[in-house]
Design a protein around this ligand. Structure first.
Ligand SMILES: *Cc1c(COP(=O)(O)O)cnc(C)c1O
Length: 367
């Protein structure tokens, strides 16, 4: 059967581990006519968006905003901050920890793996020991497969003591968790637009701390890339700054919706915003735990945007909720087939929606 995008069937409301649904206002902005990705209006708007991102990330160095997904910027971070043959320590936290490992291998880096039990935080002492013989450390902030928030500030201290460059995958954390890049000593943070920043999918964001910038400037050769060579982006920012400060066509509708969403977060105040997400995650986790499901993260390491609990029959729970018009996520390695995960981002991140999920799960469990 052919799908006619002009006549879509009703879709379930998303409470998955990303992307989140757009706020109504941003949805309208997405539907506006395409605008030029250069010229006076664009320059001003692009600059404002980058500045908003820098405020949210807590960095002075202007973040890179690159069409692609979060993973495009993970590729850029690893490819630009390390050179073939160098060694990196990668924490094996789950599906997205494994992805960091795969990206490091793709860039011909040697990988030293540090194991992490599902639900447990990364042990900074083990990172410090492993990093003695390495040039870099790669970890997630929030591992989306387990809903665990890892202690990135302690890991940054360990990496720095060992003289290693620390890159954080913040795709499931930025906007929903505390992270001040420059203060933390982290060298680079990557995120995407579609999770904690509550905008449409389609951009990767890469921000460098002072150490990351120094490392980029110190490297001997340029990476074997054009699109993801950060020096190409720097060059356009410098040489074409008053007209077209990036090497490629930018998705203007997406940028407008992103700017609107970032404005909403900053208007509320980042701390207030994060606090609300924390309260919502607590409501969700406690409500589901009261039904007998066990949260995956150790107490104190639960993330704000993805609530993950062990479940005997995740597929049955997901099916029941779908019948009520709500889509949640199942597990992902190492929780595949063994967990449910509820995403709290975007339009549906409300008490009312969380209560509907809890009620639906309760029915599914007693069916
Ligand atoms: C979603 C996610 C990714 C993948 O991001 P894309 O935008 O799909 O490339 C990577 N890491 C983490 C921690 C994620 O949650």
């Amino acid at each position: 059967m052919e799908i006619d995008p002009r006549k879509l069937p009703d879709m379930p409301e998303l409470m998955i581990a990303g992307p989140g649904e757009l706020h109504e206002e941003d949805l309208e902005i997405m539907g506006r006519q395409v605008i030029a990705h250069y010229g006076d209006f664009w320059i001003k708007f692009h600059e404002q968006t980058i500045d908003q991102l820098a405020r949210i990330l807590g960095c002075k160095d202007l973040p890179y905003l690159i069409p692609g997904s979060g993973t495009a910027c993970l590729d850029a971070a690893v490819g630009n901050l390390f050179e073939a043959g160098q060694r990196v320590v990668v924490a094996q936290t789950g599906f997205f920890g494994t992805r960091l490992n795969q990206i490091a291998h793709a860039h011909r880096l040697e990988v030293i793996e540090v194991d992490v039990e599902p639900g447990a935080p990364i042990d900074p002492t083990r990172i410090f020991e492993a990093a003695q013989k390495a040039d870099g450390v790669l970890t997630v902030h929030v591992e989306t497969a387990t809903g665990v928030r890892h202690p990135i500030e302690e890991i940054a201290g360990a990496a720095s003591d060992a003289g290693a460059v620390y890159v954080v995958d913040g795709i499931a954390s930025v906007g929903g968790e505390h992270l001040r890049l420059d203060e933390s000593g982290i060298d680079a943070v990557v995120t995407g637009t579609q999770k904690g920043l509550e905008a449409p999918p389609g951009y990767g964001i890469l921000a460098l701390g002072p150490g990351g910038r120094a490392r980029l400037d110190a490297r001997e050769s340029r990476p074997a890339a054009f699109y993801l060579d950060l020096k190409v982006w720097d060059q356009y920012r410098d040489d074409w700054g008053d007209w077209h400060p990036h090497p490629v066509t930018m998705p203007s509708n997406l940028t407008l919706a992103l700017g609107s969403s970032l404005g909403r977060i900053l208007e509320a105040g980042l701390e207030t915003w994060i606090d609300r997400r924390h309260q919502l995650a607590t409501r969700c986790r406690e409500g589901l735990a009261a039904l007998g499901l066990e949260p995956i993260p150790q107490a104190g390491y639960e993330s704000n945007l993805v609530v993950a609990l062990w479940a005997d029959d995740p597929a049955g729970i997901q099916k029941h909720l779908l019948e009520q018009g709500i889509m949640i996520s199942g597990g992902l390695d190492p929780t595949m087939g063994k967990a449910i995960r509820v995403g709290l981002m975007g339009r549906t991140a409300t008490d009312a929606m969380v209560d509907r999920v809890i009620a639906g799960v309760k029915e599914a469990l007693s069916a």
